[in-house]
Design a protein around this ligand. Structure first.
Ligand code: HAM
Length: 428
């Protein structure tokens, strides 16, 4: 009987796990440098946490089920809604802003392809209770510094404000669910589908023209002059444009100049209300978006106070793919340093004692647990890449000695058993 991994999931082996841990450590350090503290929320939540804002359609894209007591639950497709729930429960009365970060797996029922998985990891943060534009600028700077410190090159940060598009739609009387539908199609980037949808809505004339022009606008800060010309008579869009302008000026103060303005960012999730940003790495093909975020209102949707919230999440797997595609060297920790090899069965007990004394002082070491012959032990130890092998022979043992073999040079020396731990501590 063959038992397969579920579609859209992966196993991670040793080297890959070392690389992921290395990247995770860097991200934790950078996030903490910006004053964020880590939180962990459950892998599954009440289904309504995700349907409340996004509607029943989201059920198509997530794993949801009833538990044995008939509760409607869902594996989390992302972490912003769970963090908003946690905020409501624990932090409503705390001094703000609250800065939280997380690293955990998410589940989406998607058609798997390179860079798109059914179980994937997000490394992200939420800043709740800060004010725009400073909170937004700081969040974008954090994403930027994280990628810099990972050693990633050639990533593009695109910044927009979806209040501009929504403002134009509003003015054209396209509101509520229909407006969300239009934003969803813009997010997919399928212009033919969008035009057909607008045809069906009978959106012609000036608003259609403004909308289609805005979606295509990407470039430097100077682009805002053109946007102003387009939306100067559409108040909500004009206000959103002014917010974007403030943000870009604040980004300057945070020392950031490596972003692009992109008015076509619509984001796939329904809770965004203003600033949005996405980060792309072009070598990755269709799944080039390694990060997404923005300002949202979820806490209010969940019945809490109106509190400004901004955040983002890296698609951790895509970040790893991007680092790999750019051959960034992620230091792999070749942890195991020493292998302890009993040469005969009478020295096994001593081998266990020795390996434990090494481990107690923090020297990563292993011992033969398979009763192998010496030749096999040495080849196994060689495969593990250990630096030293401690050989324990019967005669040596009687004299209180062991043999220390340097696996790089092949040289061997006798060492007094009492001095072994100290000697190895100096060598490693
Ligand atoms: P999102 O854009 O849906 O935003 O996901 C964030 C990132 O997760 C994406 O940019 C992408 O890199 C990665 N991602 C999404 N789906 C998959 C998948 N199937 N396989 C691999 N990677 C994937 C959010 O989830 C928001 N909660 C982000 C946020 C936080 N906004 C505000 N705060």
């Amino acid at each position: 009987m063959e038992i397969l991994r579920p579609r859209g999931t992966r196993d991670f082996l040793f080297e890959e796990m070392e690389q992921r841990k290395y990247a995770e450590t860097i991200l934790r350090r950078v996030f903490e440098t910006y004053g964020y503290s880590e939180i962990k929320t459950p892998l599954f939540e009440e289904l309504k946490l995700f349907t409340l804002k996004s509607g029943e359609e989201i059920k198509e894209q997530i794993y949801h089920f009833q538990d044995k007591s008939g509760r409607e639950l869902a594996l989390r497709p992302e972490l912003t809604a769970p963090v908003a729930r946690l905020f409501m429960d624990k932090f409503q009365k705390s001094p703000k802003p609250i800065k939280m970060y997380y690293f955990g797996s998410c589940f989406r029922y998607e058609r798997p392809q390179a860079g798109r998985w059914r179980q994937f990891w997000q490394f992200g943060c939420e800043l709740i209770g800060g004010k725009s534009p400073e909170a937004e600028a700081e969040v974008i700077s954090l994403a930027n510094q994280s990628l810099d410190e990972l050693g990633l090159n050639e990533f593009e940060i695109h910044v927009g404000n979806l209040g501009i598009l929504r403002g134009v739609l509003e003015e054209a009387d396209i509101t509520g669910d229909v407006q969300d539908q239009v934003m969803g199609i813009i997010d997919k980037g399928d212009m033919d589908e969008l035009k057909e949808y607008l045809d069906n809505l009978n959106l012609n004339g000036i608003y259609r023209k403004i909308l289609l022009t805005l979606i295509g606008l990407k470039g430097g800060k100077e682009l805002l002059i053109q946007v102003e010309e387009l939306v100067k008579d559409i108040e909500p869009a004009f206000n959103a444009l002014k917010d974007l302008e403030d943000l870009l000026n604040t980004l300057d103060s945070f020392g950031m100049d490596n972003y692009m303005v992109n008015l076509g960012i619509a984001r796939g999730l329904d809770y965004y209300s203003g600033m949005v940003f996405e980060i792309y790495v072009h070598g990755l093909g269709a799944q080039k978006q390694i990060c997404g975020g923005g300002t949202y209102n979820l806490i209010e949707v969940f019945g809490g106070e109106k509190v400004a919230s901004t955040g983002f999440a890296f698609g951790f797997d895509r970040v790893m793919g991007a680092l790999e595609s750019q051959n960034v060297n992620l230091t792999v920790n070749d942890n195991l340093k020493v292998y302890v090899a009993p040469i005969s069965k009478n020295t096994r007990q001593k081998a266990f004692e020795i390996v434990q004394s090494l481990r107690k002082v923090g020297i990563a070491s292993d011992v033969d647990l398979a009763r192998k012959k010496l030749k096999k032990i040495l080849s196994y130890a060689n495969n593990l890449g250990v630096k030293y092998v401690v050989l324990i022979g019967e005669r040596d043992l009687e004299e209180g000695q062991v043999t220390l073999k340097d696996m790089e040079t092949g040289t061997q020396e006798s060492v007094n058993m009492d001095k072994l731990v100290d000697n190895l501590k100096k060598l490693i």
